[in-house]
Ligand binder design. Sequence first.
Ligand SMILES: Nc1ncnc2c1ncn2[C@@H]1O[C@H](COP(=O)(O)OP(=O)(O)O)[C@@H](O)[C@H]1O
Ligand SMILES: [Mg+2]
Length: 281
Amino acid sequence: MSGGLVRPRMGAAELSFHQDRQAVQKDFPGPRTIAFVNPKGGAAKTTGVLAAGYTFGTVRGGGVVAWDNNETRGTLGIRGQRGDHRNTTRELLEDLGRFSDVYQARIGDLGAFVRAQGDAHFDVLASDERADVTGIIHASDFGDVHALLQRFYRVVLVDTGNNMRAENWLAAAEAADLLVVTSTVREDTGYSGLWMLDALQDAGHADLKRRTITVLSDPSPKVDRGLAEDLVSVYEQRTRSVHRVPYDAALVSGSVVPYGKLSEATRRSWLSACAAMAQAL
Ligand SMILES: Nc1ncnc2c1ncn2[C@@H]1O[C@H](COP(=O)(O)OP(=O)(O)O)[C@@H](O)[C@H]1O
Ligand SMILES: [Mg+2]
């Protein structure tokens, strides 16, 4: 109406939306690794990795990989979009030699092992999907794959399993620049995360609070408010910040995450959680 002479000021909500996007788009001085951890199954680790992959991927415009570092068959490959191949971390480990010449190896060669997530603009490296294998992933295997992913991606999101004693679990906790404790608003998952933080502290992880963020997901449309408040307050004492993400019916089925069908509230919550992650890096 004013021909551009009068610019309405941004409202508070719009401003914080832009600030969060800018934080997620931050330039890191090197590749950054975020590990999603909680030794309890069903704590929304895998869901969280995919939601963060979608958020970092779309807002940054790529450069993001989500890696399933489960010691047994993880579900990241099942819940991400399937590719044309069935290759996983196992096949990548068997073929690592093809990436050893840093001048010849190309990011496109990784396409034989990772699965592009389409409009979500990130890649998934699945964990071993063969039912007959028992081979464990050693700490050195973790280190090899991690070093390779860091050559080709700016943000590496690591999904983890439920066994804190597994070599590759410990290696991920050690290598991560940031830990994201995921939990649902339930006593059992909430306490498991706290127990894990105690164990990491006892194992000599210095600076744990500064290196950790919490994401609390609602596992049902209605949650116990008292419990949610208790969990927020105790995790606020133990980690940098606590971010709540809502229940989303699109996530319940446990099948391929329909990124395009996530609710507005889910996207907004993950944007602010990922902004806090980026700021902590
Ligand atoms: N925000 C949410 N809303 C609804 N269901 C959720 C939400 N987050 C996780 N879930 C569901 O909880 C289940 C367990 O989550 P998952 O990410 O597989 O846990 P973990 O990887 O820690 O074992 C999944 O079936 C998922 O669909
Ligand atoms: Mg999982």
